[in-house]
Design a protein around this ligand. Structure first.
Ligand SMILES: [Fe+2]
Ligand SMILES: [Fe+2]
Length: 246
């Protein structure tokens, strides 16, 4: 078989597999677009099976996926995180801050946007130093509060995105006060300082640039992310198999 024939055969097999499956979305993906309390309208399944593993519409992941596999196969374009990590490196921050920059928005690029700092911190918590997950968790709230001592101003983009009158909720204010008094405040703050918003889409940064930093500071589980029974393993599995029925 030629390469083209192989590709066509694979396409055909995929279409056939899709025809045999019912694939539904979790409530969280559609809540708001529809009232989550209402029953899900569902066409008759005609005896088809419900998807319980790999979604044939997605690239297959290795059996023991690494952090970089998630970057490659499940996360959206990572230029923002990569460029932030490179900037942190250029500014002479520690490896931990570079790693925090590299990972800080993985929730928005691959999981859930709302409270993205908290989700990202939880995802990586079992695998990184507590200072790294602290920085990731609190960058979300610190972004709203200036700190002149390090030249951090409220982002102009937030005024555009949320309007000039936007006020963070009280839980954000409380989290800010907590972070402000914490011994790792400056770690989280340095993440916000290097968290590039006006990033240049034409500056290529490859993941490989951070292989060493990740190797030194991210405890990649031997079984693969998702299969190591850590407190966040299920979250990695959900990213890998987002449409599993159960
Ligand atoms: Fe962020
Ligand atoms: Fe960011």
């Amino acid at each position: 078989m030629t390469t083209l024939q192989q590709a066509e055969a694979a396409d055909h097999a995929q279409i056939e597999e899709l025809g045999r499956l019912v694939i539904v979305k979790s409530v969280i993906y559609t809540s708001g677009e529809r009232d989550p309390r209402a029953p899900l309208p569902r066409p008759p399944d005609q005896g088809k099976r419900y998807l319980m593993g790999h979604d044939p519409r997605l690239p297959r992941m290795p059996d023991k996926p690494t952090l970089f596999d998630f970057f490659r196969y499940r996360f959206g374009p990572a230029a923002h995180m990569l460029q932030s990590a490179r900037l942190a490196q250029k500014n002479g921050t520690s490896d931990k801050i570079v790693l925090a920059c590299l990972l800080h928005d993985i929730a928005t690029s691959g999981f859930i946007r709302a409270d993205h700092g908290y989700w990202a911190a939880q995802l990586v918590e079992p695998y990184v130093d507590a200072e790294v997950s602290f920085a990731i968790r609190y960058h979300q709230v610190l972004r709203f509060y200036p700190d002149e001592s390090v030249g951090y101003r409220y982002p102009d983009s937030y005024v555009r995105l949320f309007g000039p009158d936007f006020k963070p909720e009280p839980y954000v204010e409380r989290a800010y006060q907590h972070a402000r008094r914490h011994k790792w405040y400056m770690s989280a703050r340095l993440l916000t300082v290097n968290d590039l918003y006006a990033f240049d889409p034409n500056v290529p940064v490859e993941l490989d640039e951070f292989t060493d930093v990740v190797g030194r500071h991210f405890r990649q589980p031997e079984e693969g992310l998702g299969f190591d029974e850590s407190p966040s393993a299920h979250m990695w599995r959900t990213i890998m198999w987002p449409t599993r029925y159960l």
